[in-house]
Design a protein around this ligand. Sequence first.
Ligand code: APR
Length: 231
Amino acid sequence: MAEKIVILTGAGISAESGLGTFRDVGGLWTEYNLEDVATPEGFARNPALVRRFYDARRENALGARPNAAHHALARLAAARPGDVTLITQNIDTLHEAAGHTGVLHMHGRIDQARCGDCGAVVPWTGPMTAEDQCEACESVGSMRPDVVWFGEMPIGLDLIADRLAAATLFVAIGTSGAVYPAAGFVAEARQYRARTLELSLEPSDVSGLFDETRLGAATEIVPAWVDTLLA
Ligand code: APR
């Protein structure tokens, strides 16, 4: 029977593309107070600060290039059509830039914006201001980044649950295991007897739940893992 692989990626897979992680030394949450820039309350309190925070991340993300780890996962998905589910916590679109299709962005995407009034989602590549108008309902100042903030419901949890239930192998790449529900996926996969593998620079908060943890830079250990799988 074909291996059904579910892959979860975090900020660590994009670190070598020059995009900051959150909890490493110098990470985003050491520079910003996440309550101010990654919660609905923070946005209500100071929308200009939040729009500026995401404007900077959007510019960085859209200026970055996918690295060997993104390309390796795209190669794996292309070689095993229908057998690989990629869930990312990242709001960058480097997986797509590497040619990966069907990526599940459980925390949303920085290249899209959502209207707080009507919910319309549109592509968004430039800065966002209070003067911007929703092209669907014409509200002014209602646009927000199409990302999931703390306290909001992540995207695609039903589909994710189905894929974890059918998985024979669960692989977490470049994530600290600090944020749920993503950090709980390994426990869910184990309940369904999937084998579990962690590929990261350092052990995560949930390393103890993985059958195997391989430590190293994503651009080295992810292509090596894919090569052995496709050998
Ligand atoms: N190669 C592989 N792994 C790396 C690399 C690298 N070059 N650099 C860092 N890492 C690993 C770190 O060891 C750490 O385990 O990536 C992980 C980064 O952890 P976090 O900064 O916590 O990022 P992440 O796990 O994606 O955060 C989850 O938290 O703030 C929220 O919504 C945000 O999606 C994010 C979620």
